[in-house]
Design a protein around this ligand. Structure first.
Ligand code: PEP
Length: 250
């Protein structure tokens, strides 16, 4: 049995005050979350606040990105060692916003996955097709290519040290969720693809769904056999919505 993971990606949202309120709400309701592991990924500058407020609770945390460099003259970048300084468990790599807005390609994302893994962080590797790619019928080719870049650099076994998040780009922040059947079909394909390389890893690796998952649609999505949790954007910014998703994980 793979553990369900529900991770909130706060993106570039929040303030000291709003984060305190959000975390107070999450901490208040976390006792009712039976089985899911719950994580939040704040902007870098709030990692210290999150560490302070969540240490000693069941909620874990992570960063939204990392540099491939160890240290030095890389203005604005954040190294894996710095992320580790704040006791992060996870780091998101290859989010579609990083790929599309900041030009991160498969090779760079694979290097980020490798650097995170080497630092003992669990990378959450985001993959997924655009609307144009879905309409062209190349969804499977796109997700294969994105995973293959990591396998080529690190080997298939490395995937078991991370988490995969299938996030159809057309569903992120748009309110258009993939149907449970559409999502399950791609999740099953991803697992089969990994199984061709390493069956044990395919069974073990958690594959999260991301893309407008919310309190109303989470239970059905999380009920699919190959969906092992969610990466949640907008709905992770309200404690009650986020907790409803976490509780929907059974
Ligand atoms: C995301 O950014 O990873 C995401 C899934 O966003 P949203 O839930 O807002 O679609």
């Amino acid at each position: 049995m793979r553990q369900i993971l529900v991770a909130g990606n706060w993106k570039m949202n929040g303030s000291k005050a709003s984060i305190k309120e959000l975390l107070d709400g999450i901490k208040m309701g976390i006792g009712d979350v039976a089985s899911a592991e719950v994580a939040v990924c704040p902007p870098f500058v709030y990692l210290a606040d999150v560490e302070d407020q969540l240490t000693g609770t069941p909620v874990v945390w992570g960063a939204q990105n990392l540099s491939t460099e160890e240290k030095g003259a890389f203005t604005g970048e954040v190294a894996a060692s710095m992320i580790n300084d704040f006791s992060c468990k996870y780091v998101i790599v290859g989010h579609s916003e990083r790929r599309t807005l900041y030009g991160e390609d498969d090779a760079l994302v694979a290097r980020k996955f490798a650097v995170a893994r080497a630092a003992g962080l669990k990378p959450i590797l985001c993959i997924g097709e655009t609307l144009e790619e879905r309409e062209k019928g190349v969804t499977n080719d796109v997700v294969s290519r994105q995973i293959e870049a990591v396998i080529a650099l690190e080997g298939a076994a490395a995937l078991a040290d991370g988490v995969i998040a299938y996030e159809p780009v057309w569903a992120i922040g748009t309110g258009k969720t993939a149907s449970p059947e559409q999502a399950q079909e791609v999740h099953r394909f991803i697992r089969q693809r990994i199984a061709e390389k390493d069956a044990a890893v395919a069974q073990k690796v958690q594959i999260l769904y991301g893309g407008s998952m919310n309190a109303a649609n989470a239970a059905e999505l999380l009920g699919q056999p190959d969906i092992d949790g969610g990466l949640i954007g907008g709905a992770s910014l309200k404690a009650e919505d986020f907790l409803t998703i976490c509780r929907a994980a059974g």
